[in-house]
Ligand binder design. Structure first.
Ligand code: 6PG
Length: 256
């Protein structure tokens, strides 16, 4: 099912039925996109998204249907954002990935680089994570490192990672990692900045549910300047692919 986008960058928009079919498409994209990076340069540096959507993806990827299809040992895991909590906190994005993905697959701790959300000094934690990313990618400043694959969810307010509308983190242009502020729930966050997200080789949005339909339409088929300025609408990879994988509920407000 094809939909046109009125964004300046024409993303690859894919829609499929909710549930098992959407999960199969998500796992297939994860398998294929990571394999392409590994084939190209021997590894895939992935930034995982947060929130609740990834849980179903992780559970599918660790199932016997998929876990043998991915080259896990050639993957390096980063995080797109983290809440200001300890890794064992129920809201920790790392904690979810550790329990639902890394531990079941036996991913080596050396392959995983979490953001230290529990730090008392988040600005310092952001600087430390920037150093981590630069070391992993061997990319000294001022260049912006190229991550192979960035997974993103979509907030109902149009946020991505922890880049919320109207916040300084969204406007950050120099740092790779910033301190974000959420208007709901756990306020303080660590987040990749838009600059490093837009330098990724592939950005893959994974969005499901009727609750996101309005926001999906606003981002992909904006009708006002405010909608064009939404954080998710500002994800336009400079170099290559932008893919949206939507279930039919999240795509319901799109027009052909
Ligand atoms: C976070 C996420 C955030 C998330 C969206 C969608 O830490 O909360 O990074 O950007 O991806 O809010 O969240 P759901 O998947 O829970 O709908």
């Amino acid at each position: 099912m094809l939909f046109r986008s009125t964004m300046s960058t024409s993303p690859d928009i894919r829609v499929c039925p909710s549930g098992p079919e959407w999960l199969a498409q998500a796992c297939g994209l994860f398998r294929d996109l990571s394999a392409q990076a590994i084939q190209s340069h021997g590894r895939c540096v992935i930034a995982l998204s947060g929130g609740s959507t990834p849980k179903a993806l992780y559970e599918a990827l660790t199932s016997t249907d998929w876990k043998f299809q991915c080259q896990w040992k050639q993957m390096v895991f980063l995080f797109g954002d983290e809440r200001a909590v300890s890794p064992d906190h129920p809201d920790s994005n790392y904690g979810l990935a550790q329990a639902a993905l890394f531990r079941p697959l036996g991913i080596e701790s050396s392959q995983v680089h979490r953001m230290t959300g529990e730090s008392a000094d988040l600005e310092q934690a952001a600087e430390e994570y920037e150093r981590t990313i630069r070391n992993i990618t061997n990319c000294p400043p001022p260049a912006i490192p190229v991550l192979d694959l960035v997974l993103l969810g979509l907030g109902e307010d149009g946020h991505i990672a922890s880049l919320f509308p109207g916040t300084p983190a969204l406007a950050e242009r120099n740092q790779l990692v910033a301190v974000g502020r959420s208007p709901k729930g756990i306020s303080a966050r660590l987040t990749l900045s838009l600059g490093v997200i837009n330098r990724a080789t592939v950005v893959l949005f994974l969005v499901t549910g009727a609750g996101k339909a309005h926001t999906v339409r606003a981002v992909l088929q904006p009708q006002t300047p405010a909608e064009r300025a939404l954080p998710a609408a500002r994800v336009r990879p400079d170099c290559t692919r932008l893919i949206w994988l939507l279930d039919d509920a999240a795509a319901a407000a799109l027009t052909r």
